[in-house]
Design a protein around this ligand. Sequence first.
Ligand SMILES: CC(C)(COP(=O)(O)OP(=O)(O)OC[C@H]1O[C@@H](n2cnc3c(N)ncnc32)[C@H](O)[C@@H]1OP(=O)(O)O)[C@@H](O)C(=O)NCCC(=O)NCCS
Length: 163
Amino acid sequence: MSSVNDTAHSAPADFEIIEADTRLRHAQCVQIRTRVFVFGQNIPAEREIDEHEDTCRHYLALAGGVPVGTVRWRPYTSGTAKVERLAVLEEARGRGIGWRLMAHILAEIGDRTEITHVRLAAQDPIIPFYQAMGFEVIGNAFEDGCLSHHNMILDLRDRLGGG
Ligand SMILES: CC(C)(COP(=O)(O)OP(=O)(O)OC[C@H]1O[C@@H](n2cnc3c(N)ncnc32)[C@H](O)[C@@H]1OP(=O)(O)O)[C@@H](O)C(=O)NCCC(=O)NCCS
């Protein structure tokens, strides 16, 4: 289980996170990602949907039943999971939804004893958000979609106090 404090930010009262495990729910994830990354950050649409869609587990944040945020994760290397495509609709930001999405999937990943590390590629302005969850920057900056990124890693054993 993740030790991220998911009560630190106040999400809407009628808020829930579900796994997007049907075609309709996955389409809703893609719809949010399209608004946030393709229209919001000029990421080419052909790069937004990639070859990992089927191997990822996708999640949706619902406020009053309406999809407002998404994230996905997948096995990356042995013992490591990779989190990708964290996105919250602009009108829903600043209410703890991104934080809760991350806390939710870190808890799920943390329940899998074979996974000891979680990796992600953070857009530079979002690095403090991930650092607050325990992620550390590794390596040098790189460009992706014309945006500067750094890889970050979280050691789940540190978080659980294990060895
Ligand atoms: C990043 C993102 C998912 C955050 O979602 P959110 O629901 O607004 O975030 P939260 O409300 O849960 O914020 C949690 C904390 O992170 C901080 N935070 C949120 N966005 C941040 C940002 N862009 N930069 C720095 N800190 C940020 C908040 O201030 C808050 O901290 P606080 O409680 O000390 O104020 C959202 O801004 C987003 O979709 N951005 C565009 C897509 C994107 O950049 N995705 C990440 C790719 S690496």
